[in-house]
Ligand binder design. Structure first.
Ligand code: G6P
Length: 611
């Protein structure tokens, strides 16, 4: 992970870098730094902690420069402190560098460089890069060539940027495995890990690909491979606006994103349903529809919340398409030599489209000849570009580290893909399609209703905020949701929480139940309602505190549970769309009452670009 931003032009780069870093903090926030060229020499300022602390430090220094780089770190090698923060520089301080990724052979390279007298200050893998580049400049190569030659020796992943005070007219950037975009302005150019960092300045974007190196001057951009072959790059005009990525009056991005869900869901559905025909239109799948319909098996691969959406997808695909479906953690799938057949279709779900494990799994599957499809939120992201085809979730930028609106959007797209497939395979009649689509169309209003539980949930949160553990239970579509509810709570409140199929409780988790244990039941009226009530009684018999998400008007559960949250009735398959809302709100309010940093929970990052 880590966030990278760079500027070269005629303006003072400091505010541009700081504002860019603030937008990239979702990628890591344990330390931050900037490097500039000032009076023909390099100057680096860095700090442990968030970008705001770096900003305070810079204010007192009153620096100015028209070229610079900024970095916000998520530690992999070396603890979060000022020395390990980026930029890293060479010994005479004429070259500095920022890096996102992991240099896997850094110890070998470090040993070699130390043999030549190089001294290392930090514990990071990244520092090796700046000394390696320095060693090539000392052999007479210019900066561009030195970066190319250094990268020939590097194993691992990188999105990196380098500046030399001896060639202060350019930034050199290179990418392998970690995202980088170049923004084209007038008499100024930008560099960033993603467009959100530079959207305030330009909408003209160039996506760098693996193995490419960019030479960025204030009025010129060139790209080549690290083996010096010239490349023509396409400039993309992006549509994202600054308002879309601002907090819009909410205390936290997470709350804003929870509240946005009626609208984000409408955006995920927009233009994709022909209600009268009972039809789903997914332009992104047109070229692969036949291959997809003939798939013997579907594998869904993802991480974190996206993996939970994948589980919901498995239930949908098996229910409506009758295609055997498996859901895999990308980090496991990639390294266990999975059996992939030519007639497998593999879905890769990723909000960011940059998660390293998911991307690596995608490359493995592609190499083995499967049809690879993406479900991504970030337009133009690596996974979106490398899959054969796919469908965007269109949830809009998600900034809060705990994923909310991306989750409901992923489930929406999975359902649309599932219905698209079911109808092309003839598994669902026109009438069945119409019924599901009409209910889906009404889900944004049901989410609006579910959002009204906010005040009730605040009261419940106040009663439960000091709990040390939580259990979440559900059956059928409620099971993935139990996992997701527990994940939300632990991510932002640091309360230990476990999600489990309600039927499995008796095989272990029930041993944890006593009068201090809150147990959240996804207890809507659906397929397994009666069985779930039995599980609830088992918890009650052991004095557990029961919080139940129930279907509006259900009086039966009200008599059993300590707290109930009512949600509108809908089809079983659509229940997770509505029931997600109170689970997200419950986690939010508990974390708020515990004084946690909701949008930047400790140790986490939004986009995990390391394996
Ligand atoms: C990180 C984030 C999670 C996210 C997961 C997968 O762990 O903190 O919120 O679900 O990565 O991210 P992706 O972008 O691939 O959906």
């Amino acid at each position: 992970m880590c966030g990278i931003v760079g500027y070269i032009g005629e303006r003072n780069c400091i505010p541009i870098l700081i504002n860019g870093l603030k937008r990239l903090e979702y990628r890591g926030y344990d330390s931050a730094g900037i490097g500039i060229v000032d009076d023909d020499s390099c100057l680096i300022v860095k700090n442990k902690g968030k970008v705001s602390l770096l900003e305070d430090k810079l204010e007192s220094l009153d620096l100015k420069s028209s070229i610079g780089l900024g970095h916000t770190r998520w530690a992999t090698h070396g603890i979060p402190n000022e020395i390990n923060a980026h930029p890293h520089s060479n010994e005479d301080n004429s070259i500095f560098l920022i890096h996102n990724g992991i240099i896997e052979n850094y110890q070998v390279l470090k040993k070699g460089l130390m043999g030549f007298g190089y001294k290392f200050l930090s514990e990071t893998d990244s520092e090796v890069l700046v000394h390696l580049i320095d060693s090539f400049t000392k052999r007479g190569h210019n900066l561009t060539k030195s970066v190319q030659l250094a990268l020939h020796e590097v194993e691992g992943t990188y999105g990196l940027a380098v500046i030399s005070s001896k060639e202060p007219d350019k930034i050199i950037a290179a990418r392998k495995g970690s995202p980088l975009v170049v923004g084209i302005g007038e008499n100024e150019n930008f560099l960033a890990s993603d467009v959100s960092a530079i959207i305030a300045h330009t909408k003209q974007i160039i996506y760098l690909e693996d193995g490419e190196i960019a030479v960025i001057k204030k009025d010129e951009f060139t790209a080549k491979t690290i083996y010096d072959n010239a490349i023509e790059k396409e400039v993309h005009e992006i549509s994202m606006t600054l308002e879309e990525i601002d907090r819009g009056g909410y205390a936290h991005f997470m709350l804003k994103e929870i509240m946005e869900q009626p609208e984000s869901l409408r955006n995920s559905i927009r233009g994709r349903i022909i209600q009268s025909e009972g039809d789903v239109v997914l332009g992104g799948l047109t070229d692969v529809v036949e291959k997809l319909a003939n798939s013997k098996r579907i594998i869904i691969t993802a991480c974190g919340t996206s993996w939970h959406a994948g589980l919901v997808g498995e239930y949908m695909l098996e229910q409506f398409c009758r295609i055997p479906t498996e859901v895999e953690y990308a980090s496991e799938f990639r390294y266990r030599n999975p059996i992939i057949e030519k007639d497998d279709a593999i879905f890769f779900i990723s909000q960011s489209g940059e998660t390293a494990d998911t991307l690596a799994a995608l490359r493995e599957a592609k190499m083995k000849g499967a049809l690879v499809l993406g479900i991504c939120n970030a337009v133009g992201s690596s996974i979106a570009r490398e899959t054969n085809a796919g469908v965007y979730t269109h949830a809009g930028p998600e900034i809060g580290v705990a994923s909310t609106k991306a989750f409901t959007a992923q489930m929406t797209v999975l359902l649309l893909m599932c219905l698209f497939l079911a109808s092309s395979k003839g598994e669902l009649s026109k009438k069945q399609m119409q019924d599901i689509l009409s209910e889906l169309d009404g889900i944004p209003e049901k989410i609006e209703k579910a959002l009204k539980t906010n005040e009730e949930i605040k009261k419940i949160a106040l009663k439960l905020k000091d709990a040390e553990n939580f259990i979440y239970l559900g059956r059928g579509y409620g099971f993935p949701l139990a996992l997701e509810g527990a994940l939300k709570l632990k991510e932002i409140s640091y309360i230990h929480a476990e999600g489990c199929p309600a039927g499995e409780m008796k095989h272990g988790p029930i041993a944890l139940v006593d009068e201090n244990m809150p147990v959240v039941f996804i207890a809507n009226k659906g397929n397994s309602y009666e069985k779930l009530i039995s599980n609830m009684m088992e918890v009650k018999a052991r004095k557990g505190i029961i919080i139940a998400l129930i279907t509006e008007g259900d009086t039966h559960v009200k008599e059993i549970a300590d707290f109930v949250i009512e949600i509108p009735e809908t089809l079983d398959v659509l229940m997770p769309f509505v029931a997600s809302i109170p689970l997200q709100l419950l986690a939010y309010h508990i974390a708020l009452l515990r004084g946690c940093d909701i949008d930047k929970p400790r140790n986490l990052a939004k986009s995990v670009t390391v394996e």
